[in-house]
Design a protein around this ligand. Structure first.
Ligand SMILES: Cc1cc2nc3c(=O)[nH]c(=O)nc-3n(C[C@H](O)[C@H](O)[C@H](O)COP(=O)(O)OP(=O)(O)OC[C@H]3O[C@@H](n4cnc5c(N)ncnc54)[C@H](O)[C@@H]3O)c2cc1C
Length: 382
């Protein structure tokens, strides 16, 4: 935890999120992971604590907090379970924040109170089987018919595709390659022609639900368009600037959880009649991990600070996400190593951090894509 950013408010939020994770998540983590069970009931409780509408103003029944509090909540939850951290991040940063940032007043009043209290769970669909990193190449189409749009196609890898009550989806309304050719729609569960697929069987983040969305002549009223027709791709890119802060915070929490487990273990385990921490190889390794986690937190907090100030964070959020996610993978890997053979078993949390961490270098833009974004942004300063 970085003391330069901590204040009384953050300390209270930290304590509340930490206690929540200990009471309502920790006892069930391995069961949910093994059964790949998505604990929908837990998200209702997260809603009661204000963790599902962190950035939503109080007028829409949200917590009205800023990015530093949001980072802290994700950090604490992800130290205990990355899957729950990922779902909290997707609900807050993607679906809810898309509506908060770009929807009209009527749409905000209709959807934000339900999302912020977790009465409804949100999903957000950009990725398709043929377009992941190249998100602008999406081919799900919407064709206008009077006051309605007819949507056909599918989305893949969508968090909460099955349990989500409402989804914000990016759909083609213009030519491929045209930045103004994509439109964002709000689509409610139960809309005829809108359905979801089978839950994906994943390496990690197994308690976070991931599946496809299908659109088969799905008829959606024009009132469900967010902003204007053609605004969807630019909205998505802007949204991901903030979304990447949440994946960076998720990475930070996973790294810290894996590190704390290694630290504890190294101070308990004895070989050659001494604590393994006292072997310089182990002590130095843990020193490296601690240093990299603090560096991650500085980058994440910096991006959060700039976002709170309403500044553009394209470069800073990409840097935070790139660094923190790669550090999470490194720390989780080293944590398994420090646990030795026990780290390879399900008796210790190290193996789960190891599996969950990998998503962080992939979701909301792979590390290669973060480097493309950073390279493009820093060239502007040259
Ligand atoms: C658990 C999980 C949850 C997700 N949740 C959501 C969600 O809620 N909503 C949503 O819309 N999406 C979601 N995604 C999708 C995720 O954002 C994509 O998987 C990610 O953007 C990568 O796309 P892809 O899988 O198609 O990989 P690809 O784009 O096919 O990439 C494959 C490889 O090629 C590399 N590559 C691609 N282009 C370039 C390039 N130009 N230069 C160098 N290397 C390149 C990549 O770095 C990667 O290593 C989720 C994914 C997962 C696994």
């Amino acid at each position: 935890m970085l003391h330069i950013y901590e204040n009384e408010q953050l300390a209270l939020v930290r304590e509340s999120a930490r206690q929540f994770a200990i009471d309502f998540i920790k006892p069930y983590v391995m069961d949910w992971d093994e059964r790949q069970y998505f604990p929908l009931e837990l998200f209702k409780k997260l809603g009661e604590y204000g963790f599902m509408g962190v950035l939503v103003p109080e007028q829409y029944h949200g917590s009205g907090l800023g990015y530093q509090e949001y980072i802290t909540i994700l950090d604490e939850i992800s130290q205990v379970c990355g899957s729950i951290g990922l779902s909290v991040a997707a609900h807050n940063s993607l679906c809810t924040n898309h509506i908060l940032s770009f929807a009209n007043e009527a749409q905000k009043e209709k959807y934000l109170p339900k999302l912020a209290t977790a009465e409804w769970l949100g999903a957000w669909g950009l990725t398709e089987t043929g377009s992941g990193s190249d998100a602008g190449g999406l081919s799900t189409t919407a064709v206008r018919e009077g006051d309605y749009y007819i949507i056909n196609g599918s989305k893949t890898f969508i968090t909460h595709a099955i349990s989500g009550d409402v989804a914000v989806v990016m759909v083609r309304t213009g030519a491929k390659g045209d930045k103004k050719g994509v439109t964002a729609f709000i689509i409610e569960k139960g809309t005829p022609g809108f359905s979801s697929g089978k839950k994906l069987d994943k390496l990690g983040m197994r308690a976070s639900e991931t599946a496809s969305l299908f659109f088969d002549n799905c008829k959606v009223h024009q009132d469900q368009v967010i902003g204007n027709e053609g605004d969807g791709f630019v909205q998505a890119l802007k949204l991901l600037d903030g979304g990447r802060i949440s994946i960076a915070a998720l990475s930070l929490g996973i790294a810290r959880g894996a590190y704390l487990s290694a630290l504890r273990y190294a101070n308990e385990r004895e070989q050659f009649n001494q604590k393994i921490y006292d072997f310089q190889a182990v002590g130095f390794s843990i020193a490296d991990l601690a240093t990299k986690i603090e560096a991650s937190e500085l980058l994440v907090r910096q991006a959060g600070q700039l976002k709170n100030e309403g500044k553009k964070v394209t470069k800073e959020s990409a840097m935070a996400k790139l660094y923190a996610s790669e550090v999470a993978v490194e720390v989780a890997n080293e944590s398994v190593q420090i646990h030795g053979g026990y780290g390879f078993t399900k008796d210790y949390p190290a193996e789960k951090f190891f599996r969950d961490a990998k998503l962080c270098t992939i979701g909301e833009g792979t590390s290669a894509i973060q480097k493309m974004v950073i390279a493009r942004e820093i060239r502007k300063d040259a």
